[in-house]
Each structure stands twice: as structure tokens, then as C-alpha cells.
Ligand binder design. Structure first.
Ligand code: EPZ
Length: 421
């Protein structure tokens, strides 16, 4: 198992290019299953989750090949419809093959994804939505068994206890593209990744109205064709580098970003005192004054993203004053707190809120990554801390951050990968 070693205390400066969005690529790759034709998806990052998704596609009998950052998918009459436990358990997002399989093959067997360290990950909204489209669904042997022989348009409200659902919206929308008649999804998620998927589906010939709103209207068509698409930049990767610049009192320019996808983060950090300037195709981030503590609450888009909560906490851990971070999407997504406290942070968990008392310094320590974004938070803490930090189990990080040590090295960090004994 690899670990990432960081000698902290260096100010980051320079330019970093942001990769394609992992969470847009996954449903878009799944959407290629809706057609028999060849699709080409560009700007795909080299990440472990991408390899997992390609394995899943190949398992259905689809040809999928990656060349650089382009993936060519050739479904050509694939017949299989089972996504096994061994694959789904390594990546919960693989549940997004459910909608496309159901629409195209009229049946699907997808392992039930279950929970994970960031909390329970129910799929009741996915099931509710697909049932509203006439699918018969039961759970047996740990699998979701779906029969779509009577698939037709329907109306569904996709709001849950924690608001809209990104992948439930993706699944139901994808199923609806080939379901006869009209489907209306109320309280649809409108994260940029869902919008990017919608654009790809429209390129495939889907008829969708209300793009980027909470009400999607889909008119089913008989057939979709292949399409070419370039995936949007990863707003969470971008946000992570912005926070790294802020935490190390740095000055970095991010290339290939869409600042409009990061309004909540930019708003909070500007309020905290960070200088952020949009430039063509990018954004420049400069630490020019002492930052103020901030309170944030995670919410569905365009609210503050849960996928930035842990990294934001690392910055607040070294920002003088008291910050409060409330998690409204995954109320248990706080495993990083104990590891940050091992590095000298002063963070107290109160229900679904973390009370963060800024400290002057963090000190390097061996820490354990528990999930993707928590790992990123530990890397940020390591970049600020005095001395050496060993972030163990970085396979989590490799799921979502392309060439992270290369990018950080280029920005002046002292960081390298080692085999863990
Ligand atoms: C997506 O997961 C992302 N994953 C997650 O990113 C992200 O944290 C999450 O959206 C929220 O933004 C991908 O896009 C691949 P949800 P998803 O359904 O779609 C509850 C990362 O680090 N819910 O929008 O699975 C759920 O428990 C990952 O890159 C139900 O109650 O998340 C949560 O509280 C982690 N019933 C809320 O909705 C359901 O059927 C939002 O989850 C589905 C979800």
C-alpha cells in the first residue's frame, strides 16, 4: 500500500491544470450503455474510479478503451445486465449503471451499494424514481433486481431527507430517455455534473427540457445514438487546490476551471479575506491578508458542497478564531476530525456540526486516510504542518485526484509517494 509523505511548511505558488470531473465522467460513461453506437468521451482523468467503471462496462460485453484522456466506448449489441458485488462494493457510484441498463436491456441486476465511512448511502430515491417509470424492482441476495419491460414515462418527486440526489436524478433521467411518453422529475439535482450528463444525453438524441433546473421534463425516444463529449473540469479538485493555496499563504493560478461552478466556495473564501480573481479560462488565488474564521453549512448545489467540507476544515483549523462547519448532506462525514486533532488541530464534534478553534500551527504526524475527501483534507493539513506527515492508505486519494503529487510538486510542495511497510 502506498503512502504520501509531505514535508510541510512550504508556500505554494505557480500554475496547476485541473482535470476532468470524476463525478461527471462516471454517469456519462454509464450513459454510453443507452446506445449501441460508439461514443467518445474526452477529458477523462487517469483515476482508479475510471478504471473501475471501464471494467464494469467491459463486464457487460462492451468494448471500452482509454487512450490518453479519451475513452472510446463501443457497446455494439451488448447483452449482459449484471453489475456484481465485487465491482459495486469498490465504487458505490457504479449504481449509476442501473438506469441505463433498465432502459436499454429492460432489465438490470446491480449489487446493492450499501453504506460507507461517510455514512449510510441509501438508494430509496433511485428505486422510487424507477418505479414511477413502471419498473418492477425487488431486492434479493443483496442485489437490486429490476424489470423494465413496462417502462413508460411518469412523474416523480426526488427529494429526500437531505434534499435532492445527484445519482438518483442521473439514474431516473437516463431511464426516462428511452421510456415511452413524458417523464417529469421534480426536485431534480442540478449539480454541474448532472447538467454535464444532461448535455451528453441531449447529444445522444435525448429530449430533455429544464436543463440545470430542479424540474426536468424528458420525452422518451425510441433510440439514442453515440456521441462525443468533453467532460467539465473537476470543481472539487479545483476547490482543493484553492484551499491548499489559502492554507499555505500561497499564490496559485488554476487553469481549466469554471469559476461559476464554485460560487459558494469562492463567496466564502472571499469573505474570509482570500483574494480570488477570475482570468480567462481560470482563476488566480492569492493570500494577501490574515483570513477570518468562517461558518459553513453543506447543502445541495449551488450551496456549499459536502465534497469540500473536510478540506475546508483543514483551512479553518489554522485560521485564527472559531469556525462552525455543519454537514447537512452526510451528517456522519467527520472521520477526518480525529486525524486532524492528532496533528494538533482543536476540533470538537457537536452532532452534525464541527466547532473548529483555529490553532497557530499543526505538527506533522502519521495519519490514516479514511475516504477520498478526508484524505485530501489530511494532505492539506500536511502541507501546512511543521515537519513530516505520512498520509497512509492513499488509494482513497487515487480514486479522485489525478497526479496529485506531481501537481503539488510543481507548485513547490515537498511531497513524495512511498511504499508503506
Ligand atoms: C454524489 O453521490 C457524489 N458521487 C458524491 O461524491 C457527493 O458527495 C454526493 O453526490 C453529494 O453531492 C458521485 O457523483 C459519483 P446523493 P450520490 O444521492 O449521488 C441521500 C465524492 O467524494 N440519499 O446526491 O450518491 C444521501 O444519503 C463523492 O466524490 C437518500 O436519502 O449522493 C445524502 O444524504 C462521495 N436516498 C443525500 O441524499 C437516496 O436514494 C445526497 O446524496 C439517495 C441519496
Amino acid at each position: 500500500m502506498d503512502k504520501l509523505v509531505i514535508e510541510g511548511g512550504r508556500r505554494l505558488s505557480g500554475t496547476v491544470t485541473i482535470s476532468g470531473a470524476k463525478n461527471a465522467c462516471l454517469p456519462i460513461l454509464a450513459a454510453t450503455l443507452l446506445s449501441d453506437d460508439r461514443s467518445v468521451i474526452r477529458n477523462i482523468p487517469a483515476l482508479r474510479d475510471m478504471s473501475t467503471m471501464l471494467k464494469i462496462l467491459k463486464n457487460f460485453g462492451v468494448r471500452a478503451q482509454q487512450e490518453g484522456s479519451a475513452v472510446t466506448v463501443e457497446p455494439h449489441g451488448y447483452k449482459k445486465y449484471i453489475a456484481p458485488y465485487e465491482q459495486v462494493s469498490t465504487m458505490r457510484a457504479s449504481v449509476c449503471v442501473l438506469g441505463p441498463l433498465l432502459a436499454k436491456q429492460r432489465r438490470a441486476e446491480v449489487s446493492f451499494p450499501g453504506g460507507c465511512v461517510i455514512g449510510p448511502r441509501p438508494i430509496d430515491l433511485h428505486i422510487k424514481g424507477l418505479k414511477a417509470l413502471g419498473a418492477k424492482i425487488r431486492v434479493e441476495r443483496g442485489y437490486i433486481l429490476a424489470d423494465g419491460r413496462n417502462l413508460k414515462g411518469g412523474n416523480v418527486y426526488l427529494g429526500g431527507h437531505f434534499g435532492s440526489s445527484v445519482l438518483a436524478t442521473a439514474n431516473v433521467m437516463m431511464a426516462a430517455t428511452l421510456a415511452k411518453g413524458e417523464t417529469v422529475i421534480e426536485n431534480a439535482a442540478c449539480e454541474p455534473e448532472v447538467v454535464d450528463l444532461t448535455h451528453f444525453l441531449i447529444k445522444m438524441g435525448a429530449r430533455i427540457k429544464g436543463v440545470a433546473t430542479h424540474r426536468l421534463v424528458i420525452e422518451g425516444v425510441k433510440k439514442l445514438h453515440g456521441a462525443e463529449h468533453s467532460v467539465i473540469p473537476d470543481r472539487i479538485e479545483a476547490g482543493t487546490y484553492i484551499l491548499a493555496a489559502a492554507a499555505t499563504k500561497g499564490d496559485i493560478t488554476l487553469k481549466d476551471v469554471i469559476p461559476d461552478h464554485m460560487v459558494a466556495l469562492i463567496d466564502k473564501l472571499t469573505e474570509a479575506g482570500l483574494e480570488m480573481k477570475k482570468i480567462p479560462g481560470g482563476i488566480r488565488v492569492r493570500y494577501v491578508r490574515k483570513l477570518r474564521p468562517m461558518d459553513i453549512t453543506t447543502l445541495p448545489y449551488p450551496g456549499f458542497p459536502t465534497d469540500m467540507q473536510a478540506q475546508f476544515m483543514s483551512l479553518m483549523a489554522v485560521t485564527d478564531g472559531i469556525s462552525v462547519i455543519t454537514e447537512k448532506i452526510y451528517p456522519e462525514r467527520f472521520i477526518h476530525i480525529s486525524e486532524l486533532n492528532r496533528m494538533g488541530a482543536d476540533i470538537l464534534l457537536e452532532g452534525a456540526s464541527a466547532i473548529v478553534k483555529g490553532v497557530k500551527n499543526l505538527s506533522g504526524a502519521p495519519v490514516m486516510a479514511s475516504d477520498l475527501r478526508a484524505s485530501a483534507a489530511l494532505v492539506l493539513a500536511g502541507l501546512v504542518a511543521k515537519g513530516r506527515t505520512d498520509v497512509q492508505r492513499i488509494y482513497h486519494l487515487d480514486r479522485g485526484y489525478e497526479k496529485i503529487e506531481e501537481k503539488l510538486l510543481k507548485l513547490g510542495a515537498k511531497v513524495w509517494r512511498e511504499k508503506d511497510k
